[in-house]
Design a protein around this ligand. Structure first.
Ligand code: VG1
Ligand code: CO
Length: 555
């Protein structure tokens, strides 16, 4: 039977809760499944935003445009991808590129969008949040530059979702995503592409694969934990097929719809199996892990964890010496405001600019497009460079491997040499999850009011030199983002920051970031951080406002 390719207009009812957060629209999976047309409303609103923002309402605008679609393989991805293909067809896209099996990591999506000059792409992922019917689902839209949609787009999408009445779709059989190939009807095509190709090519251009291959051919013992998420196939292809690591070096390398019940978040708590291995007897030389959609990374050496802020600083300090594509030097760096200030010291030593942005990768994109920043990172295990416009887990692992291979130094040596030269930023993030949203907001509102009186006072043994609610003015376009987190800076170089998460799906999560600077790196991290922690918790009065005094997760 010939498929019917007439666009169908479907009536729908708008929702008022489709505001994208730090990284796309994230909800419980059941919300996407049980609320009628929930996904469709968001997709159509994104298409309408594009026609309105970029094409002055011209409905034919998508005729010669490409849309990329893929996701992290979590439960409901397969259904959502078919929905998007049909809607993109009905909305007139000339070409829809869908990753084989629907598996496309976030950094690879960025690479594919850029290489194929697509108008943009949808990434179906709730990133590091657990998956499955009782877990989370999410969707992110990345426009042509390949990075997360800027505020100007996400707020327009949100506005449109609140008044949407109809969407367009078509009625044709599901596309087989298990085989590569293209089918074309009436000048419109769907291409099922290999998600590894463009990304691998890019990695080969950046890094010294020969040096890493030589490293792997020796006694160097390497482990990579994909946490049953999207990076498994990328890791097997790059680390094993191309670089020669044994297959046993990849842990949890098959993407599973529920991540095998794991929380695909590469940190000391959720990647415990790898952490235990790296701190155990006969530990490997190097261990790394990534998250659900492949944009985060955790780096470990034998018996040593590299905190994300240190990792960023060490990569920036060593990139030009060892990594081929950065040999001319790094043009500039950026970090999110709560990220440790370790990289600032490196930037100063190298005489390059260092930008401080709000949390969320979208704020780095403009700086990269303007050539102001080349490597950037977040404390939440995100590191990346301007090779794409997303943070990139496998890129960070390859960067470390490349530096180790060319310098001949272990992770521990690289880290301690760094601390010897620059001093150490003792760092910890405490998350208080599942708080009552109204109470958590009231607590921060009241804490904000007291900030102006803090200046000049003694806080955790040092004088407060600055206390405010962070505002950011984008140096490339002047856009301002207010209320990005309370920050208190002390005379001894330490900082403490408090903000609410924008990626959670249940209640509120308070994040408290501690960044204590010391010239001596041999101090006991626990002792160093405790005074700041105790002082900020009593300043917030968290026990009275929220009824808790212990974090649920420490990273
Ligand atoms: C968190 C992190 C932030 C990161 C974001 C998306 O946001 O703190 O640094 O960019 O997740 O990461 P929030 O608002 O919950 O603190 V991912 O790997 O979900 O794309
Ligand atoms: Co992620």
């Amino acid at each position: 039977m010939k498929p019917d390719l007439t666009p169908i207009t479907v009536q729908t009812i708008a929702y008022d809760d489709q505001e994208p957060g730090t990284s796309g629209l994230r909800k419980k999976t059941k919300v996407f499944i049980e609320k009628p047309h929930y996904l469709e409303n968001f997709i159509q609103s994104t298409f309408d935003m594009l026609t309105q923002n970029l094409f002055e309402g011209n409905a034919d605008a998508f005729k010669d445009k490409t849309l990329v679609v893929g996701g992290d393989g979590r439960f409901h991805n397969a259904v959502a991808i078919q929905t998007i293909i049909k809607m993109a067809f009905a909305n007139g896209f000339g070409k829809i590129m869908v990753a084989k099996n629907g598996h496309l990591s976030t950094p690879a999506a960025s690479a594919v969008i850029r290489k194929n000059k697509a108008l943009g792409g949808f990434i179906l992922s709730a990133s590091h949040n657990p998956g499955g019917i009782d877990g989370d689902f999410g969707i992110k839209f990345n426009p042509a530059a390949g990075g997360p949609a800027p505020q100007s787009m996400t707020s327009k999408i949100y506005e449109l979702t609140k008044s949407i009445t109809t969407y367009l779709t078509m009625d044709f059989p599901d596309v087989d995503l298990s085989e590569l190939g293209t089918f074309t009807v009436n000048g419109q095509s769907v291409e099922v592409f290999d998600p590894l190709t463009d990304y691998t090519e890019l990695m080969q251009k950046i890094f010294d694969f020969d040096a890493i291959r030589t490293l792997f051919s020796g006694v160097f013992d390497f482990r990579y934990d994909a946490l049953n998420a999207v990076t498994g196939p990328y890791a097997k292809h790059i680390f094993c097929d191309l670089l020669g690591a044994p297959e046993t070096s990849i842990l949890h390398g098959t993407p599973l719809e529920d991540f095998g019940g794991k929380h695909p978040d590469p940190n000391l708590i959720y990647a415990k199996e790898l952490v235990d291995l790296m701190y155990g007897k006969d530990a490997p030389d190097f261990g790394a892990a990534s998250d659900g959609d492949g944009d985060r990374n955790m780096i470990l050496g034998r018996g040593i964890f590299v905190s994300p802020g240190d990792s960023l600083a060490i990569l920036v300090n060593n990139a030009a010496n060892y990594i081929p594509s950065y040999r001319r030097g790094i043009s500039g760096v950026a970090r999110s405001m709560p990220t440790s200030a370790a990289v600032d010291l490196v930037a100063k030593a190298h005489g390059i600019s260092c930008y401080e942005t709000p949390t969320g990768w979208k704020f780095f994109v403009n700086l990269m497009d303007a050539g102001k920043c080349q490597i950037c990172g977040e404390e939440s295990f995100g590191t990346g460079s301007d090779h794409v416009r997303e943070k990139d887990g496998i890129w960070a692992v390859l960067a470390w491997l490349n530096i180790i291979a060319k310098s001949g130094k272990s992770v521990e040596t690289l880290v301690t040499e760094h601390w010897n030269r620059f001093g150490r930023n003792y760092y910890q993030r405490h998350d208080f999850e599942g708080l009552d949203t109204a109470k958590a907001k009231k607590m921060l509102d009241d804490a904000r009011k007291g900030l102006s009186q803090l200046r000049g006072q003694i806080f955790a043994g040092s004088k407060v030199v600055m206390a405010d609610d962070f505002s950011y003015k984008d140096p490339t376009n002047g856009e301002v983002a207010n209320n990005q987190g309370l920050r208190i800076k002390l005379e001894d170089g330490s900082r403490v920051i408090c903000r609410l998460s924008g990626t959670g799906t249940g209640g509120a999560t308070l994040r408290v970031y501690h960044d204590v600077y010391r010239k001596d790196w041999r101090e006991d991290p626990y002792k160093v951080l405790v005074p700041l922690n105790q002082t900020i918790l009593s300043y917030l009065n968290i026990a009275t406002y929220c009824g808790v005094d212990k974090p649920t997760v420490i990273t």
